[in-house]
Design a protein. Structure first.
Length: 390
């Protein structure tokens, strides 16, 4: 199968959360063997595995899902019966080693939220830089030697997984290298509220109200601040263009070696988990991005916008976002609904879905970014919790 085509999917295929867990070395050895055996015989899952392994952004990996093609989904009851019959005839199951199977919806969503919890700061940093370099209207930041952007508000950008399959977004790593200061974004968990408070520079705000089924006994974790610097590489960029059939595209000379840094202050995460639900509240000072050296953000942005094969609808949406206002685009897959909301008078964005996938509310006020969410898709409960923060 051509991995740039939208893969046909059916209920026998491995869930993306399982492929992500394999990529991140989080599966037990016996399950890894079963996954790899399945990938070796399933073209759809092999294509999905390649996309997950080489994808450019954790943001899309965590939230995008490909729907089955109409009319091509086998009867799940028949398929499951055949699978169980085959397993009984070939390998008797041991209670201590349950067979790998598709996770229930609640388990899938909890796994996704655990993955997001582990990577949220790094994902924010990478997403900020990737979003900025393909955004227009940056004239206010076009100084040749120093540009500064601070996240102030959020704008939904609709993402169609089929567009990303036929027009994959490049990863920022295709154009250069990341460097991080020592101990950047290191997680300190299992903290008390007092311990967490000593590690951040802002007063930690706890919600007075939680969604149904959760209790007010959070665990605390702090992600250390740090600085991540991206250095543009003409050689890596040319290699990317050659791989994609555009080796004759010219690269501005002043981009080679240009540096762009994302500064992140320490942030706190509060986990309000129950037996079958995951819910977290994140509070972090707004990250900033600076461009120093031989090329401005404008010049990097102009080059990125000139790249061939970017999804036209995505580019059109990004062109409507005003970078001067500090607007940060948030990717929204089809199964989510996005709406602008107001939290304590500040503009915010609500992403919600009534399936067990869940929802998120994110907003910025007084230089702080607040985000909360989990496998709870009830918009009213999410907004009530957000507005209960002091």
């Amino acid at each position: 199968m051509n991995e740039l085509q939208h893969p046909e999917h059916n209920d026998n295929c491995l869930d993306q959360s399982i492929l992500i867990a394999r990529r991140d070395n989080e599966l037990p050895a016996d399950e890894v063997a079963q996954v790899e055996q399945h990938i070796a015989t399933c073209g759809d899952c092999a294509a999905n595995d390649r996309l997950i392994t080489s994808g450019g952004s954790e943001v899309y990996t965590l939230f995008s899902a490909l729907d089955p093609a109409p009319g091509e989904v086998p009867d799940p009851v028949t398929a499951l019966a055949k699978l169980h019959t085959h397993l009984r005839e070939t390998t008797p199951l041991k209670k201590s080693a349950p067979v790998l199977k598709a996770l229930p919806a609640e388990k899938k969503s909890s796994f996704v939220w655990r993955q997001l919890r582990r990577n949220w700061v790094a994902a924010v940093a990478a997403a900020i830089l990737l979003a900025l370099v393909i955004l227009p209207n940056a004239s206010a930041l076009a100084d040749q030697f120093l540009s500064l952007f601070r996240v102030q508000q959020f704008q939904p950008v609709n993402i169609d997984p089929r567009d990303l399959s036929s027009h994959p977004l490049p990863g920022i790593q295709d154009f250069g290298t990341w460097q991080a200061t020592a101990n950047s974004l290191k997680l300190q968990d299992n903290l008390t509220q007092a311990q967490a408070q000593r590690l951040v520079t802002f007063p930690i705000a706890l919600p007075a109200h939680l969604p149904q089924g959760l209790v007010h006994h959070p665990s605390f974790a702090v992600v250390k601040g740090g600085q991540l610097t991206f250095t543009f590489s003409a050689a890596k960029t040319h290699a990317y263009l050659v791989r994609n059939g555009h080796g004759n595209m010219s690269i501005p000379a002043n981009l080679d070696g240009a540096k762009y840094s994302v500064s992140v202050a320490p942030g706190v995460e509060m986990s309000f988990d129950s037996r079958d639900k995951s819910f977290m509240v994140i509070e972090i000072p707004s990250p900033t991005i600076r461009a120093t050296g031989s090329a401005s953000l404008n010049e990097l942005r102009d080059f990125m916008l000139s790249l061939p094969n970017l999804p036209p609808q995505l580019v059109a949406q990004l062109r409507q976002i005003d970078l001067n206002s500090g607007t940060m685009p948030i990717p929204v897959p089809p199964q989510f609904t996005a709406q602008h909301v107001t939290i304590h008078g500040a503009p915010g964005l609500l992403l919600a879905d009534n399936t067990p996938i869940g929802g998120i509310v994110v907003w910025q006020t007084h230089g702080m970014i607040y985000a909360l969410g989990g496998d709870i898709g009830n918009a009213a409960q999410l907004l009530t919790t957000a507005n209960s923060l002091p």
